[in-house]
Design a protein around this ligand. Structure first.
Ligand code: ADE
Ligand code: ZN
Length: 326
């Protein structure tokens, strides 16, 4: 099995429908408006975000979040992943009635349990939610900067890309950068190449969440390749959300051929009927990546991971050592 690494997965979006239904039973909540026949259903990005919020609202206690992170990372390790970064959203926790600190500690505990059981290394990236507005994103950045949890290593922004202007969020990212956190930001998914350029100009991230619509502007693709900015590409998410009509039209191979540093990620796996293993499978089948090319994708992810250098060296050594692991 090719060793895998994931940089872009929203932890609440990774909750399986079965787990969410069990949570709903526990709290006496109806899920029929977003889960049917054991699967999430929604019709467009806006209703996807509503389903995401509804599922997130069913995780309410520390115990709930420990189980969520432990289940996701343990499963990921079974798919051959050696490393996982998950986006965590303190705003969603507060909406569920849990303090940001209790939420972060609980997810950290779940990650630690998965590591003890499987060896998978995990980190958390605090995200602000763009459509909650710049003050809320700055608040999330201040929390990320102050929380000092050893597994919180980055700050990012998710949510509705078509809301607001990137420059209005620059202060939030300056706060996070000042605290030594790695920086990533969603752009170029639902908004066009201009959103990627704005992210590079105003936020100065080392990674971009998605970024795939940069392909609309060849000069921008050259800039991304030249600056070594890493793209957290989520092919199945892009096709299911109709960013591209099918895998044949997905720009992953063009971005790779242009020298961009690309990685493979599952985004919100059960919502898109995917998994990290499926993303690697799509890259093999539709983008013609052989095993050594897939290993290079994992290497790029580990090189771009928000970890301390000794941990990165260990992970890269494990990648080189692993032939047919698991
Ligand atoms: N939040 C969860 N999934 C997301 C996505 N694919 N894009 C933006 N925000 C998100
Ligand atoms: Zn995302």
């Amino acid at each position: 099995m090719v060793p895998k690494a994931e940089l872009h997965c929203h932890i609440e979006g990774a909750a399986s429908p079965a787990l969410v239904v069990a949570q709903a039973r526990k709290y006496g909540i109806d899920t029929s408006h977003f889960i049917r026949d054991g699967a999430y259903f929604w019709s467009d990005f806006t209703s996807f975000l509503a389903a995401y919020d509804a599922a997130a609202g069913l995780f309410r206690t520390e115990e709930d979040y420990v189980a969520l992170a432990e289940e996701y990372l343990t499963g990921l390790a079974r798919e051959g992943a050696v490393y996982s970064e998950v986006f965590i959203s303190p705003d969603h926790a507060e909406r569920s009635g849990l303090s940001r600190t209790a939420y972060t500690n609980a997810l950290g505990e779940g990650i630690a349990r998965a590591r003890a059981a499987t060896g998978i290394e995990g980190r958390m990236i605090v995200v602000g939610i763009r459509h909650f507005g710049a003050p809320a994103v700055e608040d999330a950045a201040r929390f990320a900067a102050a929380c000092r949890h050893p597994l919180v290593s980055g700050f990012g922004m998710a949510g509705e890309e078509r809301f607001g202007n990137m420059r209005d969020y620059a202060r939030a990212f300056d706060i996070a950068r000042g605290a030594g956190l790695g920086i990533t930001v969603h752009a170029g998914e639902l908004a066009g190449w201009e959103s990627v350029e704005a992210a590079l100009n105003h936020i100065r991230p080392s990674r971009i969440g998605h970024g795939v619509r940069a392909v609309e502007n060849p000069d921008l693709v050259r800039r991304i390749a030249g600056e070594g900015v890493v793209l957290e590409v989520c092919p199945v998410s892009n096709v299911v959300l109709k960013v591209f009509p099918d895998f044949a039209h997905h720009p992953f191979p063009r971005l790779l051929a242009a020298g961009c540093r690309v990685t493979l990620n599952s985004d919100d796996p059960p919502h898109f009927h995917t998994s990290l293993a499926r993303e690697y499978g799509v890259a093999a089948t539709h983008f013609s990546l052989d095993e050594s090319a897939l290993r290079l994708i994992t290497r790029t992810a580990l090189e771009a991971a928000f970890v301390d250098e000794p941990t990165r060296a260990l992970l890269l050594r494990a990648l080189d050592d692993k032939t047919v692991a698991h």
